[in-house]
Structure formats: structure tokens, C-alpha cells
Design a protein around this ligand. Structure first.
Ligand code: ZN
Length: 669
């Protein structure tokens, strides 16, 4: 059943059948009754879009992040097989298998109810002063029960070879600050669901209905106070404003109620300085430690503990968590337990599971092909920099230096992450998580003020994603994205350059978007622009903001131009770079039609095909509020309406909905 579902799904997703002999893939799902110049996304994907159904267990279907669904089915097959094998104690296979088995053992989990968190709740009950509250917070932080501290360890933005302590704003439960203040119907629906969720959790630990509802209101009020001090996700794009390197002695004076020296000692953190990324939050926390009553704080900390662990406890708790998440995702029913637990193993021991995954699913040839593609894309980008008419030669030289200082990671890490300190048994799902969290915390703390490990990966290899990490000046393409429709060893260059080529161009451009452009070739936030060139660059990114602000998503919902500007810039330039690189290939030069399409047309169809997704409205609403990417349709139509070769390829003319006069077509890079 699962296999069949998987196969048919892959066919729908790839929309393709392989014909290895002539090395090309037939693209299906195109709606040729539509005019490509009106809505290219629906032209290239229309038949697929109109016929595909979103499975009840998912919030969407198609490629990109939704391709993680078939990925999970592959990973689950691995887990199902190691779970019945005999594995050497302490081996990767044993840890992965037992973590999965413990999670699948719902009889034990349900029978334990909320016993696992009772000791934590008892500790909350014992809090009798701000000092003991902070002791509780410090202890819980170490096993992953984070509440009022946004503690992390990462590169110092201005000295990126060294890790420092980072403190970010936190404390809230809703997806973004705006959810606490907006009064429109969809937002109120989310607020109500969240309050109901917290109420239910209190009832599940024996609080009566009236008291539980009151507690939920208390939690919401505390969180709303935090949210008042939060920066919006648009404000947080300001790289410089997130850099506030402060001495611990300084913050000890500035926020005396937090008692930082004692807190850090209790957390096992040794440092003289740190980056307080959003100080307004900690100023507010400092004040609230006095203004909010201890009784209310205790309610809040209980709620934080319960929401943190609801998914790891018995069914009534995890169901309550699902009922809330449903309002944000539109996912109709819970995933089968096996799929949920595959996600859990990927989160907890992802680099262990990945070792088993890549052995089975990642062809070494893919890595070699990718290295060639990345080199070709870099060459194409260099040529575009040379041709830019708005940039001076001195800035161009610096940009090229940065381009050639890049490193790329492809497939999976050279050095796997070590889980030897993680204890896993097949009986204790909750405690397995504590051990995973403890290990992560200990690893973080050990890195403070130490050199950055350049071999680390910030995603698991089977994940369908790619990223640019500015402090390391690196781009990363995990095994998960090196598969159709992005990358296909059997496909023609048009599809691969319009697929993974576009993704590579996109990731390279992140080093030169509104944020990336502020990092130098060594990954430090340091200006390398002339003043005049930087002004011109900003004027161009402003054009991107203004244009994308106009795009409609649902009813009155528009793309948020200032939130998505970095991604949109990367899409606009990414397509251009991939196209230039494609034009250097034999197929790109040939003009020879395949399946009735010119090479250029196939390149653009591939762009639309890699963002072929269909989602629930709930998912899309939350996505637009919180995600820095534009929705799929605008990741296709947005860049293409700015790209003249697209007009030529499909004969787009005045009067077509995507048409823009040449003077309005934006070129940043
Ligand atoms: Zn991106």
C-alpha cells in the first residue's frame, strides 16, 4: 500500500517518465490551453494542479518542502527494516532503531500518560522566588525545555571564525508577533485555537475547566507582553541591528532582575561577552520578572513545559497539539504514527539516519555532476558581474573575490555528527528525547568562544532544501534536493539547468542579496562596497520590494515585499545565472526542439515544475505571515516577468498579464 502510494506519488510529482536512451524526460501536467504570458505557473503546471489532491495527512503536495513526504516514506522503510534487525549495542543502527521503536510503542507511551513531566511540574510548584524561577529556567534549558531564553551558540557576525553566545527574542507560542495583535477573522481563529490548546493541556493534568481557561488567558497575556517587545520578522532582516555585542558585566547592570552571572553559572556557560540580538526583549523580561506575579509565572512555565512536550506524551496530549497545529497547516488528519516517528528520528538523530539513507539512495555520480554545475554557474555569475552597468570596477572586483572564496557542500557531510553521548532505549521515548536535547546543549556550550567547525551541516542530508550560510560563505545542497524534479541524471540540460541550476544560482545570489551583501568574503559583516554602488544596489532591491508587494496570494493577502526581498532577489538573479550557464551547453546553443519545445522553453518549464506545489489555504496564510519565501506561483511568475529571454521564448506581448515594459523589468545582478 505504502509502496504503491509512493510510486504513484513520485510519478505525479516528477510528472515524468524516464527515457534513458535519448537522455530526456517528458514533462507532463502542462495546460497548453492557457496562455503562458498570462500565468506561466498555471500554464506549466495547470493539468497537474487541477487534478492532484492534497492528502489528508499533509498540508500540501508537490515538490520542494512537500517532496519531504516521499522522502519520509523512504526513510521509514529504512527504519522499519532496522527496527526488526539485530543491531550492535551503541551502534548508529541501534540508536536509530530503538528511538523509532520507542516512539512506535504507543501502548507504553499512552500508559505513562503525563508521568514523564510530573517531576518538572513539581519543580514549577516549588518555585518561591525570582531566583528559584531562574534556577528552574537554567536547568530546563539544558534538556531542551526552553522558555524565556533564546539561547544559542553560533559564529560572531563580525569575527566569523569564532563562536559566541547568541541571545534572541523568544517567550511566545504563536508563530509571529503579529498574531497577538491583529484582529482579523483568520488571526482570531488562530488565537482561539491556541488558547483552547493551552486550556486543554491544563485540563489534562487535572485542572478544572474554569481554572484551566483562566490559566490559558494568563499565559496569553504574558506572551502578548513579550510580543510587544518583539521585533517583527521584517525588522529582524536588519543585519546590523541584530548585532549587539555586550559584556556580561554590562547586561548584568542593564537587566539586574535576570541576574545574568548566576544564570550563566547555573547553565554551565562561561563567557565574558555575547551578542544580544534583540535587547528590547530582555529589557522587557527584566521588567516582567518584577511586574508579573510569581503565581502567573508558574502558570506560564507549566504551559511552556506542556506545549514543549505534548507531542512526546500520551495521545490526548499529542492530539491537543495536533488540533492547534491544524489551524495553521490545514492538515485534515494526523499522519500515520510511522510517518510522525520518521520525522521525529530525523529531528533527533538525523545525521545517524542519514548515514543509512545515503548508502541506499545517493548516487556518487550525482556529486561529481553537481560540482561541474556549480562551477558553470559561478562562471556565469562572474560574467554577469563583469557586464553590470550600474556597478563600479572596484566593487566588481570585490564581488568576484567573494564569489571565488565560496565553498560548497554537496550530498552529505565528510565528517558525520557524533551521537556517542546519546542514550537510547526502546522503552523510554520521553527520556530518549531528553538525552538527545542534553547532547545538543552540551555540544553548544562546548563551542563557546572556540573556532567555528567548518564541516558542520545545518540540515539533515535527506531533507529537500538548500541553503547559503553567510558567516561561512558556503552553499549547501543536501542529498534530498539532488533528485527529480530538481536534478535528474537522465534528464536533458534544459531541465537540470532550469531545476537544480536555478537553485544553485539562487543560493549563490544569497551572498549578494540585501543581507548577504553585507558579509565579506570571509563571512564577516563588513562593508566592501563603495557608498555610491551600495546606494544603487539598495535602490534596486527597493524595486523588488515594491513589485512583490503588488502580488496577491489569497483574498486580501499579498506577498510581503520587505520580508521576502532576499529570496525574491535570489530568484530573479538565480534564473538569469542558470539561463546564462545553460546557454553555454550544447543543448542551450542548439535550438533543437524536444517534445515540441525549444531548449529555452524547456528551461523555463523546468523552473515552473520545480515549484509545482498545491497547499491548503491555512498553510498559505501562515506561510505568507512567517516565511521569507514568496509562494510558489510568485517564485515562478515574479522572476520571469522581469526576464526578457522568457518573453522571447514564449512570445509574451503587451496585453498579456505578466507583461512588463522593458524599463520596468528588474535586474539586480
Ligand atoms: Zn533562498
Amino acid at each position: 500500500m505504502k509502496k504503491l502510494l509512493y510510486l504513484s506519488l513520485m510519478l505525479v510529482l516528477a510528472g515524468a517518465c524516464k527515457q534513458a536512451e535519448d537522455k530526456h524526460v517528458v514533462v507532463t501536467g502542462i495546460d497548453s490551453t492557457k496562455n503562458p504570458g498570462d500565468d506561466f505557473f498555471m500554464y506549466a503546471n495547470g493539468i497537474w494542479y487541477d487534478t492532484v489532491k492534497i492528502p489528508g495527512t499533509q498540508s500540501g503536495v508537490g515538490s520542494y518542502s512537500f517532496l519531504n513526504y516521499p522522502q519520509r516514506i523512504r526513510m521509514q522503510a529504512i527504519l522499519d527494516s532496522v527496527a526488526v534487525a539485530t543491531n550492535a549495542p551503541g551502534s548508529i543502527a541501534q540508536k536509530v532503531a530503538d528511538f523509532y521503536r520507542a516512539g512506535m510503542d504507543t501502548a507504553t507511551i499512552n500508559q505513562r500518560g503525563y508521568d514523564p513531566v510530573k517531576p518538572i511540574l513539581a519543580q514549577v510548584d516549588a518555585i518561591n522566588s525570582v531566583a528559584s524561577l531562574l534556577k528552574f529556567v537554567a536547568a530546563q534549558e539544558q534538556t531542551g525545555n526552553s522558555s524565556i531564553l533564546g539561547f544559542r551558540v553560533g559564529p560572531d557576525m563580525k569575527r566569523s571564525s569564532v563562536n559566541i553566545v547568541l541571545l534572541a527574542q523568544t517567550g511566545t507560542g504563536l508563530p509571529e508577533r503579529g498574531y497577538y495583535f491583529k484582529e482579523d477573522a483568520p488571526t482570531v481563529k488562530v488565537q482561539d485555537a491556541y488558547k483552547k490548546y493551552v486550556t486543554t493541556l491544563f485540563q489534562l493534568i487535572g485542572t478544572d475547566a474554569v481554572e484551566a481557561a483562566k490559566s490559558s488567558e494568563t499565559v496569553f497575556k504574558i506572551e502578548r507582553q513579550f510580543a510587544e517587545a518583539h521585533k517583527t520578522n521584517i525588522e529582524r532582516r536588519n543585519v546590523q541591528a541584530n548585532y549587539n555585542k555586550l559584556a556580561v558585566t554590562e547586561i548584568a547592570k542593564r537587566q539586574p532582575n535576570i541576574n545574568w552571572p548566576t544564570l550563566f553559572a547555573d547553565m554551565g556557560v562561561q563567557t565574558d561577552s555575547l551578542n544580544m540580538q534583540q535587547p528590547a526583549y530582555y529589557d522587557k523580561l527584566n521588567a516582567m520578572l518584577k511586574s508579573v506575579s510569581l503565581a502567573d509565572w508558574k502558570v506560564y512555565l507549566k504551559a511552556k513545559t506542556l506545549t514543549r512536550y505534548a507531542n512526546v506524551l500520551s495521545k490526548p496530549f499529542s492530539n491537543a497539539a495536533f488540533e492547534y497545529s491544524k489551524v495553521l497547516s490545514g492538515q485534515a488528519v494526523r499522519k500515520p504514527r510511522g510517518e510522525e516517528m520518521t520525522e521525529a528520528v530525523d529531528r533527533a538523530l538525523g545525521h545517524a539516519l542519514a548515514q543509512l539513507y545515503v548508502k541506499k539512495y545517493f548516487p556518487q555520480e550525482a556529486k561529481k555532476r553537481m560540482q561541474v554545475l556549480v562551477e558553470n554557474l559561478k562562471t556565469a555569475f562572474e560574467a554577469r558581474i563583469t557586464k553590470l552597468d550600474w556597478m563600479s570596477d572596484s566593487t566588481k572586483a570585490k564581488a568576484k573575490e567573494k564569489l571565488y572564496a565560496f565553498t560548497e557542500k554537496i550530498g552529505y557531510p565528510d565528517k558525520w555528527r557524533d551521537y556517542s553521548n546519546v542514550q537510547v532505549s526502546n522503552q523510554t521515548y520521553f527520556e530518549n528525547w531528553l538525552s538527545v536535547n542534553r547532547n545538543e546543549y552540551d555540544e553548544s556550550v562546548a563551542k563557546i568562544n572556540k573556532p567555528v567547525d567548518r564541516t558542520e551541516w545545518h540540515t539533515t542530508p535527506p531533507t529537500v532544501t538548500a541553503y547559503n550560510n553567510p558567516p561561512l560563505n558556503e552553499i549547501v545542497f543536501p542529498a534530498g534536493i539532488l533528485q527529480p524534479p530538481y536534478f535528474d541524471l537522465y534528464a536533458d540540460d534544459a531541465l537540470n539547468y532550469g531545476g537544480i541550476g536555478m537553485v544553485i544560482g539562487h543560493e549563490i545570489t544569497h551572498s549578494f542579496d540585501d543581507q548577504g551583501a553585507q558579509y565579506d568574503k570571509d563571512g564577516n559583516v563588513k562593508n566592501w562596497w563603495t557608498k555610491e554602488d551600495y546606494e544603487k544596489f539598495k535602490a534596486r532591491t527597493q524595486q523588488v520590494i515594491d513589485q512583490y508587494n503588488q502580488f496577491t496570494v489569497l483574498d486580501s493577502v499579498h506577498v510581503k515585499g520587505p520580508l521576502t526581498v532576499g529570496e525574491n532577489t535570489a530568484d530573479i538573479a538565480g534564473i538569469a545565472i542558470a539561463y546564462d550557464a545553460f546557454k553555454l551547453t550544447e543543448q542551450g546553443k542548439s535550438g533543437k526542439k524536444l517534445d515540441g519545445f525549444t531548449p529555452d522553453q524547456r528551461f523555463f518549464i523546468s523552473i515552473a515544475r520545480i515549484w509545482r506545489v498545491k497547499t491548503t489555504d491555512e498553510f498559505m496564510r501562515n506561510y505568507v505571515n512567517t516565511n521569507s519565501h514568496s509562494p510558489a506561483r510568485w517564485r515562478v511568475n515574479g522572476p520571469l516577468m522581469n526576464f526578457t529571454p522568457f518573453y522571447t521564448a514564449f512570445g509574451v506581448k503587451e496585453g498579456d498579464k505578466m507583461f512588463k515594459p522593458e524599463s520596468e523589468r528588474i535586474v539586480v545582478w
